[in-house]
Ligand binder design. Structure first.
Ligand SMILES: Cc1cc2nc3c(=O)[nH]c(=O)nc-3n(C[C@H](O)[C@H](O)[C@H](O)COP(=O)(O)O)c2cc1C
Length: 195
């Protein structure tokens, strides 16, 4: 994954490992509606080991090094979380924990991040998302508070091939990407003013 600066690069992180993940589908749908010049790359958290301070002290494992490099290279992140027992799945929390370190020079520091989430039931990850925003903000990321995109009954939004068949949701995803692009633009403008 690389950023050639002609494109706006978004690293999309699904907080689920399973093949049929609704949250991965949601990110694929976001990639599908991204405007020209916005590149969405979806990562797989399966190779990321459990955070272990001893392992970290000996040097980040290759998969962690790669994830951190991708985060640093990306202009922004798009994180799609499932909801497990009212909160963020362990695999996602674990990846954030790795990327939150070293404190003060972490890959997540000041990185613009938008959050969304899908569930097969009626909640749409409404309980997990505020917690995810808090975790990301605590890790140093620049987290968008809005738009809030909670996708309930997500199984009904895709056809059997996993293709989004909900134009309203497609428009919402476009808005979310636009908000992320705007946030990065605002940050660059502020940087130019300071420079
Ligand atoms: C351990 C576990 C806990 C769950 N807890 C919740 C929950 O609190 N709220 C909810 O809406 N769905 C819950 N679910 C159902 C998930 O929303 C569902 O499995 C969803 O498809 C996971 O996202 P994915 O499709 O991206 O893998 C839970 C599922 C698991 C495996």
């Amino acid at each position: 994954m690389q950023n050639n600066h002609d494109t706006f690069s978004i690293l999309a992180i699904p907080g689920s490992l399973r093949r049929g993940s609704l949250n991965r589908r949601l990110l694929e749908a976001a990639r599908g509606v991204a405007p020209d010049g916005v590149d969405v790359q979806i990562v797989d958290l399966r190779p990321i080991p459990f955070y272990d301070g001893d392992v970290e002290a000996a040097g980040d494992p290759p998969a962690v090094r790669e994830l951190k490099a991708w985060i640093r290279t990306a202009d922004a992140l798009l994180v799609a979380t499932p909801e497990y027992n009212g909160t963020v799945p362990g695999v996602l929390q674990n990846a954030i924990d790795w990327a939150s370190r070293p404190r003060g020079a972490a890959a997540l520091d000041a990185k613009p991040v938008a959050v969304l989430g899908a569930s097969p039931g009626g909640g749409g990850t409404a309980r997990a998302q505020p917690l995810l925003r808090r975790v990301l903000a605590n890790a140093g990321a620049d987290v968008l508070a809005e738009p809030v995109v909670t996708v309930a009954r997500a199984g009904d939004r895709f056809d059997d091939d996993g293709v989004l068949r909900d134009p309203e949701l497609a428009a919402t995803l476009r808005d979310l990407l636009a908000a992320l692009v705007d946030r990065v633009g605002a940050g660059r403008d502020a940087g130019r003013r300071v420079a």
